[in-house]
Design a protein. Structure first.
Length: 285
């Protein structure tokens, strides 16, 4: 009884606290993101030219088993991400879309090298999606000179204030689910472009299997990719404590459920074709 009375008394304060938090987040978001740029709002328009299927290729190890059946054709469009340009399959797939999300690719030397490879290796018309950030614009102006490449800037920020505003902002590329992984950004972009069917390949997302903690209590990850040399093992230090790492993974998987809800509203079907994938938000066939 006492607990019930206490909850009744505290309820208005909790509601006010939640409302205040959302107002603060709204003001913070609008004051810190370049969302007012007219050249970014609603930029993710349909570019599919009648095509109904888009395959998004992650860089997981399993992609090497699927590449043999992929080829550029008039019925299927492809989207690749991150370092895919370094693989031989880039010239075979000839992706219509290339998506980057991590600022590493437009602020670090190796990232600049990736941009140069994209610029040099692309001999077909392609859209390159990058976050709407000043550093990204500077890097694109410096490294992307290829006339075949159309750079499209998208707002990668996540608005977490009022639900009605969030839905409106996601529909107009003013906000998107947390892009803890580039595939989240790729799926969001694909939904906005209104592809009826989206297939995911090379998105195992099974990093928790390969996490370890070394003698110095550093969290390490063995993260294999389809383009790695045979027998090559790449282990990286995460730079976060284990609980922070797992929280980030959890938030990423939550983003996929948010994308699933958005896809259902847009009548978009997403199918996860990756064997043993940890993503549980989309049907697997």
């Amino acid at each position: 009884m006492k607990r019930t009375i206490r909850n009744i008394i505290l309820w208005p304060f909790r509601v006010m606290a939640e409302f205040t938090t959302k107002v603060y987040h709204t003001l913070y978001y609008f004051s810190h993101k370049e969302i007012a740029r007219k050249d970014c709002i609603n930029q993710l328009q349909p570019q599919r030219q009648g095509r109904t299927l888009l395959r998004i290729l992650g860089n997981g190890k399993s992609l090497s088993d699927d590449l043999a059946v992929f080829a550029s054709n008039e019925q299927t469009d492809y989207m690749v991400v991150n370092r895919h340009v370094l693989s031989d399959s880039y010239q075979v797939v000839k992706p219509r879309y290339y998506t980057l999300a991590d600022s590493y690719f437009y602020t670090m030397p190796e990232g600049y090298s990736i941009l140069q490879h994209i610029d040099e290796e692309t001999q077909w018309d392609m859209f390159l999606f990058v976050p709407n950030e000043r550093a990204a614009r500077d890097a694109m102006n410096l490294y992307i000179k290829n006339q075949h490449i159309t750079v499209v800037y998208y707002n990668a920020g996540t608005y977490e204030g009022f639900g009605c505003m969030r839905r409106y902002m996601e529909n107009h590329n003013l906000s998107m689910p947390v892009s803890q992984n580039v595939v989240v950004a790729g799926v969001y972009i694909a939904i906005c472009m209104q592809y009826p069917t989206i297939e995911l390949y090379g998105v195992e997302h099974s990093w928790t299997r390969n996490l370890s903690v070394n003698e110095d209590n550093e969290v390490c990850l063995e993260n294999p990719h389809f383009y790695d040399s045979k027998g090559q093992k790449v282990q990286t230090q995460m730079g976060w404590n284990l609980h922070v790492t797992l929280n980030k993974y959890a938030r990423m998987f939550e983003s996929y459920w948010e994308l699933n809800a958005l896809a259902e509203k847009r009548k978009v079907r997403i199918i996860n074709k990756t064997k043993d994938s940890f993503i549980d938000a989309f049907p697997k066939k």
